[in-house]
Design a binder for this molecule. Sequence first.
Ligand SMILES: NC(=O)c1ccc[n+]([C@@H]2O[C@H](COP(=O)([O-])OP(=O)(O)OC[C@H]3O[C@@H](n4cnc5c(N)ncnc54)[C@H](OP(=O)(O)O)[C@@H]3O)[C@@H](O)[C@H]2O)c1
Length: 334
Amino acid sequence: MKAFYVEKLAHPNDIPISLNAPTPIPKEGEVLVDVYSAGLNFFDILQCQGKYQKRPALPFVAGTEFAGRVSRNSPIPPGCPFKRGDRVFGATQGAFAEVVAVPCLTLLPLPDVVSFKDGGGLYVTWPTSYEALVGRGQLQAGEWVLVTAAAGGVGVAAVQIAKALGAKVIAAAGSDEKVDIAMRYGGADYGINYANPGWPKEVMKLTGGKGVDVVYDAVGLVKDSLKCVAWKARILVVGFASGTIDQVPMNIVLLKNISVVGLHWGGYEKSEPARIAVVWKELLDMLATGKIKPVNYTQHFTLDTIKDGLAALETRKTWGKAIMEVRKEFEAAL
Ligand SMILES: NC(=O)c1ccc[n+]([C@@H]2O[C@H](COP(=O)([O-])OP(=O)(O)OC[C@H]3O[C@@H](n4cnc5c(N)ncnc54)[C@H](OP(=O)(O)O)[C@@H]3O)[C@@H](O)[C@H]2O)c1
C-alpha cells in the first residue's frame, strides 16, 4: 500500500513515500480501516526523527489522527460496535497510509454531519482543548480566557469551546493574520498579537485591569501570561510549540493564588479511561448541534505532498488543522 513509511529515522523531508509498504495485519481486538483523511500533528515530525516520547520500532508508518471507513475485508472482533463500511475516526500509529489497523474499542463513529475531511483532525485536538478548559480549568460562563496560538490546531478548538461555554475569549497569536483567523473561525471576542512586546498590558486593558481567569497555553508563554492574570487564575499548560519550557516565578503563583495545571490528553487512556467517553459525549453533542465546527487550513495535502504539509506546520505557516486527503471522497458527509 501507499504510505509514509519510515525505514530510517530522518526529517520528513528526507523520507520517500513508499508504494509497497506492507498492509497492516490486525491483531486481536483490531479492525482495518480504509483511511480517507489524516490530521497532521507537530509530534509526527518529531517522531520521524526519533525525537518524540513515543518511538515505534523501525520500520513504521508515520501519522496518528485519521477518519475513514471500516474496511470491507476487516475482521470484526467480538464486542466491536462497528460493521464493515461504517464511518469512523480515531488515532493510532500509522495513519499516513491507505489502510490502518486500530483497536476497535478506541474508534468513534464519525457523526453524519461531519465530513471525512473534518473528521481527520478531531481525535487528538478537540478533547485536548475540551478537557484542558473544562476538566482541568473548571472554566465557568462569563470568565475571561486567554488562548495562545489561537489560530493553531488545538488553539482554535479551545477558542470555539470556550465561546460555546459562555466565556469571554481573547485570542492571542503570532501575527495579525492569525489573530484575524482566530477571531473569524474561532469566534473570539478580542485578539492580540504576541509578536508585539508588552502584549500582556493589552490583555490587562481589555479586561478592565482585572486580568484573565484562565490561560490556555500551547506555546510556552506562561511566564509572560503571569503578567495579565486575575486573582485565583488557572494556567493550563498544554504544549511548548515554541520549544521553550517556561521557568515560572513561584512567588507570583503564590501572591495571586494561581493554579498552574497540566494537561496530557494522551495519558487518559492509561490513567483515567472512564473520562474519555464523558469528554467525547460532550464534544459529539457540541458537533452535532453546530456549537463547534472543525477549522481546516485552506490547502489540503495528499500522500504525495505530505512533506509540504509537515514543512508548513513546522514553519508556522498553517492555521487550524492541516489535513491530508487519502481517498477522493474525503469531502463527503452523509
Ligand atoms: N497536552 C496535550 O495533550 C497536547 C495534545 C495535542 C497537542 N499538544 C501540543 O500543543 C501544541 C500545539 O499543537 P497544535 O496541534 O495546535 O499545533 P499547530 O497547529 O502547529 O499550532 C502551533 C502554533 O504554535 C505557535 N508557535 C509559537 N512559536 C512557535 C514555534 N517556534 N514553532 C512552531 N509554532 C510556534 C504558532 O502559532 P503563532 O504563529 O500564532 O505563534 C503555531 O501555529 C504542540 O506543542 C503540541 O505538542 C498537546
